[in-house]
Design a protein around this ligand. Structure first.
Ligand code: EPU
Length: 428
C-alpha cells in the first residue's frame, strides 16, 4: 500500500492535459458486450476502474487488449457467466453489466455494485426500467438476477433523474423489440457519449442529452471505433487546483461547455479565467470572495466537484455554503480538512466554510474518490507536508495524477506505507 506526500505552498504553473472521462469509460466498456464484432475505444483513462472492467469482460469470455488508452474488445465468444461478487463490488459502475448483459443474453447475474460511500445509492430506477422492458429481476443473497424471455420497448418515466438508470435502460433497450421512451432522463455529457457509441454500433437513439430519449430497437449491433470525451470532472479538479495553488495553469483537452457552471462560480469568486475552444486558462487566484454552491443534475453544479471546491473555499474571504442536493453524506472530507486547520462545519446537507485560513500540512485520509481530490488540492495549498492515504480511491478516477502534477512543478510523490501505518489505517 502507498500513500501520497505533497510539499505544499508552491505555485503551480504550466499545461496539464485531461484524460478520457471515467464516467463515460465505465459505461462504454460494458456497452461493447452488445456488439457482434470487435469494438475499439480510444482515449481511455489509465485508472483502476477501467482495469477492473477489462478483467470482468475477460471473465465472461471477451478477448480484450488495452494499450496506450486504446481498448479493443472482441465480444464474439462472450457468455452470460454469473458475476456475483468479487471485482464487481469494487466499482459502482459494474451495474452497467446488468443492462448490457440483459440486452445481449436476456439474462445476467451481477453482484450488487460497490463504489464510493456517499450516503444511500439505490438502483431502484434501473430495476424499474429493466422490469418495464420485460425482465424479471430478483435479489438473491446480494446478487441481482435478471431474466427475460424477450425484451420489448416501453415508456419509462424516471422518478429520480439518474445518470446510471438512464444509461442502463439505454443499454438494455437498444436491442429490445419496438420503441422505448425514457422520460425525465438525465442529460449528462456521458449519456451522449454512450449514445454516440451505440449509434455508431447501429442502434437507433434520439434525444440523448435531453430529458426524453427515444430508442427504436434493432436486431443486431456491430463493432466500430469510438473516441471517448474528455473528463469534465478531472478538468474541473485541475481548474480548482489552478485557482487554489496556481500561477497560470492551462488545462488542455477540455470541452468548456461541459464546465460552464464551474467557470461561472470561479469567476464569481474573482478567479481570472480565459476560455478557448479546447483549453481553459486559470490565472492566479488572489483576494477570492466567498460564494455559495448547490449541486444539481447537469447542467447544474456537479456533485463530483463540490468536495474539491470546498478546499478552494478555505482561501476565500467570508462565509461560503456548499449544499449537496444529490448525495446526503458526501462530506467525509470535511473532518480531514479540519485537521489541516480549515474552519468548516457540516449542518445537514451543507458545509459552511469560514475563510480565509492558511491550511497546514497534516496526515489525512481519502474516504472516497473526490474527497481524495479535495485533499490533494488542500495539500498543494498548505504550508508543509501533507500525507494522503486511501490512494486506492484516487487511483479509481485520476489517471497518472502524480506525473501530471509534477508537470506543473508540484512536489508530490508516492511512498510505501510502513507496516505500522497500515495497521493504523485498519483501526481507523
Ligand atoms: N438514485 C435513486 N435511485 C436510482 C438511482 C439513483 O434514488 O435508481 C439517486 C441517487 O441515490 C442519487 C441521485 O439519484 O441521490 C443521482 O444518482 P445517479 O444515478 O445519477 O448517480 P450514479 O449514476 O450512480 C453517476 C456518477 C457519479 C456522480 C453521479 C451524479 C458514474 C459511474 N457515477 O453516479 O460519479 O456523482 O452520477 O452525477 O457515472 C464520481 O465520479 O465521483 C461519482 C460518484
Amino acid at each position: 500500500m502507498e500513500k501520497l506526500k505533497i510539499a505544499g505552498g508552491y505555485s503551480l504553473k504550466g499545461t496539464i492535459k485531461v484524460s478520457g472521462a471515467k464516467n463515460s469509460a465505465v459505461a462504454l466498456i460494458p456497452a461493447t458486450i452488445l456488439a457482434e464484432t470487435p469494438v475499439t475505444i480510444e482515449g481511455l483513462p489509465n485508472i483502476s476502474d477501467v482495469g477492473i472492467l477489462k478483467t470482468l469482460l475477460e471473465e465472461i469470455g471477451g478477448a480484450v487488449t488495452f494499450e496506450d488508452g486504446e481498448m479493443v474488445v472482441d465480444p464474439t465468444q462472450m457468455v452470460s457467466m454469473p458475476l456475483p461478487n468479487g471485482k464487481v463490488k469494487k466499482l459502482r459502475a459494474s451495474y452497467y453489466l446488468m443492462g448490457a448483459m440483459l440486452g445481449r443474453f436476456k439474462k445476467a447475474v451481477i453482484g450488487l455494485p460497490g463504489g464510493c460511500h456517499l450516503g444511500p445509492r439505490p438502483i431502484d430506477q434501473h430495476i424499474k426500467g429493466f422490469e418495464a422492458l420485460g425482465a424479471k429481476v430478483t435479489n438473491e443473497q446480494g446478487a441481482i438476477y435478471l431474466r427475460a424471455d424477450e425484451l420489448h420497448g416501453a415508456r419509462i418515466y424516471l422518478d429520480v433523474v439518474s445518470v446510471g438508470a438512464t444509461i442502463n435502460i439505454m443499454l438494455a433497450a437498444v436491442k429490445a423489440k419496438g420503441k422505448t421512451v425514457i422520460e425525465n432522463a438525465a442529460k449528462e455529457p456521458e449519456i451522449i457519449d454512450v449514445a454516440t457509441l451505440l449509434t455508431n454500433m447501429g442502434a437507433k437513439i434520439k434525444g440523448a442529452g435531453t430529458d426524453v430519449i427515444r430508442i427504436e430497437g434493432v436486431e443486431s449491433l456491430n463493432g466500430c471505433r469510438h473516441t471517448i470525451i474528455p473528463d469534465r470532472i478531472e478538468a474541473g479538479t485541475f481548474m480548482l487546483l489552478g485557482a487554489a495553488a496556481g500561477d497560470g495553469v492551462l488545462i488542455d483537452n477540455v470541452i468548456p461547455h461541459h464546465l460552464e457552471s464551474l467557470t461561472a462560480k470561479l469567476r464569481e469568486m474573482g478567479v481570472p479565467i480565459e476560455v478557448g475552444d479546447e483549453q481553459i486558462f486559470i490565472g492566479k487566484g488572489e483576494h477570492l470572495k466567498a460564494v455559495d454552491i448547490k449541486t444539481l443534475v447537469y447542467p447544474g453544479f456537479p456533485t463530483d466537484l463540490q468536495q474539491p471546491f470546498t478546499s478552494l473555499l478555505t482561501k476565500a474571504e467570508g462565509t461560503s455554503v456548499v449544499t449537496d442536493t444529490i448525495y446526503s453524506a458526501r462530506f467525509k472530507h470535511i473532518d480531514e480538512l479540519r485537521r489541516m486547520n480549515a474552519n468548516i462545519k457540516v449542518e445537514g446537507r451543507s458545509a459552511i466554510i469560514n475563510g480565509p485560513t492558511t491550511l497546514q500540512g497534516a496526515k489525512v485520509k481519502a474516504s472516497d474518490l473526490r474527497a481524495g481530490a479535495a485533499l490533494v488540492i488542500a495539500g498543494l495549498m498548505a504550508e508543509g507536508i501533507t500525507e494522503v492515504t486511501g490512494l486506492e480511491h484516487i487511483d479509481r478516477g485520476y489517471s497518472n495524477l502524480v506525473e501530471k502534477l509534477e508537470g506543473l512543478g508540484a512536489t508530490i510523490w508516492r511512498e510505501k506505507m510502513t507496516e505500522e501505518e497500515m495497521e493504523q489505517q485498519k483501526s481507523l
